[in-house]
Design a protein around this ligand. Structure first.
Ligand SMILES: [Zn+2]
Ligand SMILES: [Zn+2]
Length: 127
């Protein structure tokens, strides 16, 4: 596990994640910070934050990587459970869902990661 140096750029990115519990896509972050850091820097920082288990990522239905706060729990050696992610098809926001899904134990198969993307309407769009 690498130690993250809290450089100015790292802090800027983290601040974005601390604003809300929503997941943020790589594209949104690159857009937002295009005057402050280049694309490569955004990718590199996100990678390091994920390595350090400060952020985790998932892929949405368009194949876009989205990041959210907290350690990934797809590390099955420690936790045989994962949480699903929710994507609102109306407003496009995504977030982690506070439930866990138990990965079935299938003989002769080793499962290393799993992704559950639930698509529907968020609480703001339902009403
Ligand atoms: Zn919504
Ligand atoms: Zn999550």
């Amino acid at each position: 596990m690498s130690i993250i140096r809290k450089t100015k750029t790292v802090k800027l990115l983290l601040k974005e994640f601390n604003k809300s519990n929503e997941a943020i896509s790589v594209i949104e972050l690159i857009d937002k910070f295009n005057k402050k850091m280049d694309k490569t820097t955004v990718y590199r920082i996100l990678d390091r934050l994920e390595d350090s288990r400060i952020l985790h990522s998932f892929v949405d239905q368009d194949g876009l990587k989205r990041y959210a706060k907290g350690a990934s729990n797809t590390d099955f050696n420690n936790e045989p459970e994962i949480h699903p992610h929710f994507l609102c098809e109306d407003c496009g926001t995504s977030s982690c869902l506070p439930v866990t899904i138990q990965i079935p134990d299938i003989p002769n198969y080793t499962i290393k990661s799993a992704e559950h993307l639930l698509i529907g309407r968020c609480k703001d769009c339902v009403s």
